[in-house]
Design a binder for this molecule. Structure first.
Ligand SMILES: [Ca+2]
Ligand SMILES: [Ca+2]
Ligand SMILES: [Ca+2]
Length: 104
């Protein structure tokens, strides 16, 4: 028993397989991870972070050639329970394997 507020963290990951060109073979795997943090444990979410990572297998060898990652971080700085535009940050990262770069 304690009056000290405890942070509550909830994390959910969803995986989606995408057939981009419709030939029946999976070309990309999309993973969405959503993390909700209630920093002070009052039941209102204070931080939401969502990362969408998509791995494309362009060469069809079963290994990811291009990885795209988008992270959205929303922090309720003023504590009004809403995420306004200035409280949301978006970061995008794209990684391309050397194999694809060499082939042009
Ligand atoms: Ca395909
Ligand atoms: Ca809270
Ligand atoms: Ca806010």
């Amino acid at each position: 028993m304690s009056d000290t507020p405890e942070a509550e963290i909830t994390s959910v990951t969803e995986t989606e397989y995408v057939d981009i060109d419709g030939d029946g073979t999976i070309d990309a795997v999309r993973e969405t991870t959503t993390t909700l943090v209630d920093v002070d444990g009052d039941g209102t979410i204070d931080i939401v972070q969502q990362t969408v990572t998509t791995a494309y297998d362009l060469t069809g060898d079963g290994e990811a050639d291009v990885i795209e990652s988008t992270t959205i971080t929303a922090v309720d700085v003023d504590g009004d329970g809403e995420f306004s535009e200035d409280e949301i940050e978006v970061e995008q990262v794209t990684l391309v394997s050397e194999a694809v770069v060499e082939e042009g």
